[in-house]
Design a protein around this ligand. Sequence first.
Ligand code: ZN
Length: 429
Amino acid sequence: MQKFRIEDDLSYQDTETIRRQQQRLLHEHLAYCRKYSPYYRRILADLPEKSFRLEELPSLPLTAKSDLAQHNRDFTAVPDTEIADLCFTSGTTGHPCRITYTRQDLDRLAYNDALGFLATGMQPSDNILLTCTIDRCFIAGLAYYLGVLKVGATAVRNGLNSLESHSEIIRAGGITGIVGVPSFLAKLGQHLRDSGIDSSAIRQVICIGEPLRNREMQLTPLGEILETFWPGAVFSTYASSEMVTSFTECRQRCGGHPPADLAIVEIIGEDGQPLPPGQCGEVTVTPLQVTGMPLLRFRTGDISFQLPEKCACGRNTLRLGPILGRRAQMLKVRGTTLFPNVFFHVLDGIAGIDNYYLEVSGDALSDELDLYISFHSGDLDSLHIREALYARSRLHINLHCVSCEQARLKVFGTSRKPMRFFDLRQKQP
Ligand SMILES: [Zn+2]
């Protein structure tokens, strides 16, 4: 019998049923970790072999990315012959970090992504254009593909291709949904409009990797641009290779739901203890029903919050807000705590800006922020930009005008992904 079936989705069950099922799955997960994961067998050795209740989860140890890097091999809980897919992430030590998936984990991923896609309204009759890579150890790319198939829809794997190539496929007709990185999709939307290609048949624009909303759940400038091309069709999804679980927005488009039988989610504060809904902290996930590399209380390093109200869609699963930033990128300026995205979202909304990056320096007490901006043409209207940044952050920060060439070298110098944050702070011993 198939283990992961869409009809078994718990999302619409009452909260007590969801709790009971999560309780049972947590018990199974802990037993599996103790039995098969060399790392957790060691870590959990001193804990009593009892059944932990959900409320007792905070008494169990956290797992950081550094643990994963340092004891990498010990996290694999299956013999090599059981591994179906092997990914390498950059890791925290500079050495590639291995993440292993079994056949069952890939089935679980298909189910995970199918539930997310169904929540956006995807149907078997849809044709979904995938504009992200499926290779390069990008497990999410594979998950989207498997998810589309699990829904019963059709995948069009055009991958990391040019605007022209994607546009020609859309011009040919039949595409009803897209998955991709929002900044690229914004360029695609503009290209389609400039080329006079009708893309109104697209009812789901599923955005990965970049948040579309801010702390107040308002659209970011990037989110607003996408809305002008595809009104009411823009959805956000968030996932990571390690947690193998995603949070996808439903038709309410107000925070992402994780599948209840695949993950227990906590938002934790600096002390490692869970925070109540509404408060910002680190997203910490215990993925359930994983066999290749099971994890317990995995710290994603991403900062977000849980929306306090029950979702109008009728699901009784929690909703995760947008990712506000990385924990490591948290800024502390004169008593205010904030993330670089606050500035980046403002700059994304100002016409004429070509590129930008932020340097942060300073000691343990307060950070110094220096923002470098390049312009397509004309001069720096520093007063306008300064006011816009102040209105959003209540901070005055140092602005510097640089050439397009300098900004490009800095932002794209080291990787394909833009780097806009440079941390020059003195690290505390
Ligand atoms: Zn919902």
